[in-house]
Design a protein around this ligand. Structure first.
Ligand code: ZN
Ligand code: ZN
Length: 749
């Protein structure tokens, strides 16, 4: 009988796709079969309206599925009686690993239904939701190769697992109170017999801290409405000001935050990220995020979190459960050793976490979603690359020193890893090396090319350079070129020439100085520096990054405002700094310019307690300005942008007692307009309309919005799923390396 063989590619395994096909085929009275294989899902179908069937495969796919392509060809098939789910074909590792997903509505109803088997059960899940990447220990995605392996299914769960019309058909993490993981609360090393959720809520409510084992790691939780509880947690964690994330269901969140439609959609995404939301009318304690105007909120994404939030009824602080600068704790023994001293109780369970996945952090920018930290729920997920690289060899890129992430390129796509942390910490380095092996194994990845940052001392660079010994070709990529390539690549750009504005912290430049405020022109293979911020000395090495006042003094001195610097920073060792300034390496970093301005306004006195603190406070301040301000003038000096005039105007404003939010806003606007003007000229001269915006400073939505506005009429490539900060570096490095390997001049070398 004439029928069709239909191939579906995309994220179609482990997401309930086969039962969906079975139900669809049965409804449409088709006969045939469906199976998983190494390319995705394969369907053989006869009878009925096959065109309508193919359309419905796309339109009605289950929530966690992502259908990339549906291809079909006519063939003589059969005979079939009915429609069957056939056993899987030969296994490959191209498909099958999907990210963790937030609890679905059906499971939520079920755990709230007193008559349901899973009433109040903290580990309910189904094919449409629940843990995936955080429990996988190997491929294929099958219960035996997850941390659910030790739990033997009871008869009731087994029946659901084997029933094609049940939403738990082949749900590998299926569990119930009779057979699945169990939750308990420990106080001072002793497991309590009480209801763990009720007891945890009681402790939280009385101002205590509870370490909660979640999907990808532990959190430290306290009640967000209790200032004393928050300051206690800060003291115990030695985390004086770095913002805390919050968790609450929508109805509670809405009391404290103004949620736009776009933000609501992002919060409810199956990846359940932390979303930065503007502070609402009802204030929460300032101690949650001192000096900031946005708070990071997430919805409860697992049944455990739902139950806990419901029992508490107010927002919870949910900060990562770790010691300062160390990776998040993931196992029970480690939690007892490291977190017990910080918490009044541990809320534990016996499902192991296979890999550490921090919460993702995202915001809505001027053109939609911006991922600031790729975390749980987004990894492992592929990001498209320009079609010109479709047949490129496999590549691995190792990113930078901070916000480490690895990118694996294969089969015309790129997989950007989850956030791995800062490689200054030895435990994080261990984690990084482990993740490299882990991803290579899961994705069956065998790179021929390795891409690293040009900075030879980055741990990530050293790790990559060492692979030359395996015969891999190593390509070093300039830091800001990688940022620019990342923004271009994500937008699918494949033209001849583009311009990039890269405003960043610090990165090694092509000329041996430190860059961070650059206008670059070129393509994926090569760029040239066409404009930059007038450099200023970085005095005191790493201290120049952590002490904003150092950057203020050198900028004020350069603007002829030394007396002002003496006055503003009288309590600081200004004279000593000046003595070494001349010998300091210079930098065009806009990140350090933000620090300088923030220090002039007294936003951070002495030392920052977290990276980006001064700049984030300055952005928050600018957000509070009334409209109608004008820009400080960032003047062009040849190819350079000179900020001295900005500082002179800024000091005049300070002396005239101009409100600080207005000063912050004038600075933002001047920076955006100054760079936009020079960049537009560079683009026009190069004959291109394409401008990419990237670098850590563009996480600042105010600066990004102003720059976008100032470049109206150009084709802008903005970061979206690839972070603008160093977390996106690896993706850009991979593209640059592929472009270099493809260009004939390189091949000859
Ligand atoms: Zn579910
Ligand atoms: Zn069961």
């Amino acid at each position: 009988m004439m029928g069709r063989i239909i191939r579906v590619r995309g994220q179609v395994q482990g997401v309930g796709f086969r039962p969906f096909v079975w139900q669809l085929a049965t409804r449409m009275r088709l006969r045939g079969e469906v199976l998983n294989d190494q390319h995705g899902v394969l369907i053989r179908a006869v009878g009925g309206d096959l065109d309508a069937f193919e359309t419905a495969l796309r339109l009605e796919a289950p929530p966690l599925a992502r259908v990339d392509t549906v291809e079909s060809r006519a063939e003589h098939l059969g005979p079939f009686c009915g429609f069957a789910i056939a056993s899987s074909g030969a296994r490959g590792a191209d498909t099958g690993v999907t990210p963790d997903a937030a609890m679905c509505e059906d499971c939520r109803r079920e755990i709230g239904d007193p008559d349901a088997r899973r009433f109040g059960y903290a580990f309910a899940n189904c094919t449409n939701c629940g843990p995936r990447f955080s429990i996988i220990t190997g491929l294929p995605y099958d219960r035996a190769l997850t941390t659910m392996a030790p739990f033997t299914m009871c008869n009731a769960c087994r029946a659901e697992y084997e029933n094609p019309v049940d939403r738990r058909f082949h749900a590998q993490a299926i569990a119930c109170p009779d057979c699945g993981p169990r939750l308990w609360l420990e106080i001072a090393g002793v497991a309590r017999p009480d209801d763990p959720i009720a007891l945890a809520a009681e402790i939280l409510f009385s101002g205590g801290t509870v370490a909660v084992k979640g999907l990808g790691g532990f959190h430290l939780a306290c009640v967000a409405t209790n200032e004393r509880a928050i300051t206690t947690l800060r003291e115990r964690k030695h985390r004086p000001t770095k913002p805390f994330a919050l968790m609450a269901p929508r109805e509670v969140m809405d009391r404290y935050a103004n949620v736009s439609a776009a933000e609501a959609q992002l919060l409810a995404d199956p990846s359940a990220p932390i979303v930065l939301l503007p502070i609402g009318a009802v204030p929460l304690p300032e101690a949650i995020a001192p000096g900031l105007m946005h708070l990071g909120w997430m919805l409860p994404h697992s049944p455990l979190h739902h139950l806990l939030c419901a029992a508490v009824g107010v927002p919870l602080v949910m900060t990562s459960g770790n010691l300062t600068n160390e990776p998040q704790v993931i196992d029970n023994a480690e939690a007892r050793a490291k977190l017990a001293p910080l918490a009044d109780a541990l809320l534990l369970h016996d499902r192991a976490i296979a890999r550490r996945l921090d919460d993702g952090v995202e915001r809505i920018g001027p053109k939609g979603r911006m991922v600031l930290r790729r975390g749980r729920g987004r990894a492992p997920g592929t990001i498209g690359i320009p079609a010109t690289f479709a047949d490129a060899p496999q590549v691995v890129a190792y990113g930078g020193q901070m916000k480490a992430a690895i990118c694996l390129g294969k089969n015309g796509g790129a997989m950007l890893s989850h956030h791995l942390g800062d490689l200054d910490d030895p435990l994080t380095v261990e984690e990084f090396v482990k993740a490299d092996q882990d991803y290579a194994r899961l994705l069956d990845h065998h790179p021929r090319i390795v891409a690293v940052d040009q900075h030879p001392d980055f741990r990530a660079s050293r790790h990559g350079l060492a692979r030359a010994a395996e015969g891999l070709r190593v390509i070093e990529v300039q830091h800001h070129h990688a940022h620019m390539a990342a923004a271009l690549g994500e937008a699918g750009w494949q033209g001849q020439c583009a311009v990039g504005i890269v405003l960043d912290g610090l990165g090694l430049g092509a000329d041996g100085t430190i860059w961070g405020g650059e206008v670059l022109v070129g393509d994926y293979a090569q760029v040239r520096r066409a404009g930059w911020l007038v450099p200023a000395p970085l005095v005191g090495g790493d201290r120049s990054q952590m002490e904003p006042w150092r950057n203020a003094v050198v900028r004020l001195d350069a603007a002829g405002l030394s007396q002002t610097a003496d006055k503003l920073f009288a309590d600081h060792p200004v004279a000593a700094l000046r003595q070494t300034a001349a010998s300091g390496i210079s930098s065009s970093s806009v990140g350090r310019l933000f620090d300088a301005v923030a220090a002039c306004l007294g936003l951070v006195v002495g030392r920052q307690t977290y990276e980006g603190e001064a700049a984030m406070r300055l952005e928050a301040l600018a957000g509070a300005a009334p409209s109608g301000f004008d820009a400080y003038d960032l003047t062009e000096r040849g190819d350079m942008l000179e900020p001295a005039g900005m500082f002179r105007a800024l000091v005049r404003d300070i002396e005239a007692a101009t409100p600080h939010p207005v000063i912050a806003a004038r600075f933002h606007l001047g920076l955006a307009q100054g760079f936009a003007k020079l960049t537009a000229r560079v683009a026009d001269a190069a004959g291109t309309r394409t401008i990419a915006l990237s670098g850590g400073c563009f996480q600042n939505a105010t600066l990004l919005g102003m720059t976008v506005k100032a470049l109206k009429g150009y084709d802008l490539c903005l970061p979206r799923d690839v972070p603008a900060n160093d977390g996106g570096l690896a993706y850009g490095q991979a593209l640059v390396a592929l472009a270099r390997c493809a260009s004939p001049s390189e091949a000859e070398r």
